[in-house]
Design a protein around this ligand. Structure first.
Ligand SMILES: O=C(O)CCC(=O)C(=O)O
Length: 263
């Protein structure tokens, strides 16, 4: 596993809002991530919850097969996404002093599936932060043909916390942010085994998959320690959600383990 991240890449993350690290996984590690992810997806689809396949004919079901919180179903998945190197990188990219796991999800763009419309992540979550980070690990080569990610660089600085839902139309976000329509979107194609970090406030999407093969990705969201509940349930389990008041710390160590703390 690659363990280095240069100052130049950290600067790039802070300016652009995303960074691509090729060669994060070697061949054997990539096989392991694929096997753990496939098995976790199988369990999540069998569980009938936290996946988007209840009606497979909808547009959103055909954006990707989305399977959430796989770390609850497979102990090996928790080990992968909670690796201290990932926590340290998130800490160095953002400058925060401690990092917790917030969520995880596998996103499989099936053969000939829809685009992912432009959106940003944090407003869907149970806390507000400009220092939350999404990790996206390519389990297959991500290409212009099969639906690699695209970014509107710099938008993380201007994005507001109110929710703009992910729509069918790729550019619906421009109704709330018309000034962003002038920005040239930047694609992030990368070989299998690469890792992308993006700021949870950057506008991003993904293209259609125009190939007969799946484009698999395993992703995780990380939050700084000290985040407080903003009133949204998002992925919080019902009983825990009901126990919270706005402003309470999201500090349940079992659900949101701390994976890195600055010495
Ligand atoms: O993989 C995709 O198609 C979209 C990923 C995405 O939007 C995300 O991870 O936030």
């Amino acid at each position: 596993m690659r363990t280095d991240i240069s100052e130049a890449l950290i600067r790039q993350y802070r300016e652009q809002g995303f960074v691509v690290l090729e060669g994060f996984l070697d061949a054997a590690e990539l096989e392991h991530w694929r096997a753990v992810t496939e098995e976790s997806i199988r369990r999540r689809l069998a569980s009938d919850s936290l996946n988007n396949q209840s009606d497979p004919d909808t547009f959103y079901a055909q954006v990707f097969t989305q399977c959430l919180n796989l770390r609850d179903l497979h102990p090996e998945m928790m080990k992968l996404i909670a690796h201290p190197v990932l926590g340290e990188w998130v800490g160095r990219l953002t400058g925060v002093s401690a990092v917790r796991v917030w969520q995880d999800q596998a996103l499989v763009k099936q053969p000939y599936s829809n685009h992912t419309a432009l959106h940003f992540d944090d407003p869907f979550w149970s806390f507000y932060s400009r220092d939350a980070v999404n990790m996206w690990v390519a389990l297959d080569d991500a290409t212009l043909a099969n639906g690699c990610l695209w970014y509107l660089p710099g938008t993380q600085r201007e994005a507001r916390f109110e929710l703009v839902d992910i729509d069918v139309n790729v550019g619906s976000l421009f109704k709330a942010y018309p000034q962003w329509k002038k920005i040239e979107a930047v694609p992030a194609p990368c070989p299998a085994g690469s890792l992308i970090f993006h700021n949870s406030m950057i506008a991003h999407g993904a293209g259609v998959n125009m190939t007969p093969r799946p484009r698999r990705a395993m992703t995780a969201g990380y939050m700084p320690d000290g985040m407080t509940f903003n009133g949204q349930q998002s992925l919080l389990p019902e009983a825990y959600f009901k126990s919270l008041k706005v402003g309470d710390l999201l500090n349940d160590d079992a659900m949101f383990p701390v994976i890195w703390r600055q010495n």
